[in-house]
Design a protein around this ligand. Sequence first.
Ligand SMILES: [Zn+2]
Length: 309
Amino acid sequence: MPTAEPRGLRQAAIDWLQLRSDGGIEPLTREDILDFQFAGESVRLQAPMQGIWKPRGYAAALSFRTAYTKPGEPPPYEDKTGDDGLFRYKWRGTNPNHPENVGLREAMNLRLPLIWFLGVAMDPARYQVIAPVFIVAEEPEQQQFAFTAAEDSVAAFELEGSMHEEVTRRYLQRMAKVRVHQPAFRSMVLSAYENRCTICNLGHPGLLDAAHIVPDRDERGIAAVTNGLAMCKIHHAAFDRNFLGIRPDSVVQIRHDLLEEVDGPMLRHGLQDLHGRQLMKVPAHRRDRPNQELLETKYKEFQAATASG
Ligand SMILES: [Zn+2]
């Protein structure tokens, strides 16, 4: 006998995932996600195989997931962010009445929050948890749903019409960037570098950032791993401010004037001693390694700083 969705389960699941993922920052494995319990019983939150998860008996879908795509490979579904700051999720198949499509449509009609599992790594598969998200429209011609990462249903559904369209668009774009693009970029970069600083090999994710080689101009897409470097906090700041540069042949350079300075252990070991050394950690896969042109662009900036510094 299928059972209806237990009262309070959806919110409990979202709260639990938020806690478990450190507010949506740390990606989770399938096993992590399987740990969820409600009223003393295990409850599956993610579809075992395909994208949309509507447990039997539930009126509305609970979650959906996007598979991880390797850099440079076309995604299996064309789930994209639009200029409107909304994401798109393709129907399951082409039949609008497939139970999974009906489940997403019901979540839209009932204005229920959903969980989006965004694949950010494989072997093992890891997912960024973005929850809540809200389905705000269906686009039958494109056989897809439009959804937002806005944090509450009021914002998701009421902004449109009540506010200037441009304001709405910018708000939704900002939410997309903060809640989806930034954490996904961080996870993908840290995963490629196996949670180590490329400069000094420090291996504590809590002290690591995903640094952009050049500023991320693309507001819409998830920034490419090839424009990222895993760096500890101090090296990230030093890299951004051109205290430290990376030669396109992967050799670390420290700004000239800093090499002359006499100071404590951070300057000595954390910066000066690294001058002329190769990057300590680079991704195992060539496809994840920094883009040469981007490194050259950034290195020119460093050279200009070191000449004037
Ligand atoms: Zn470091």
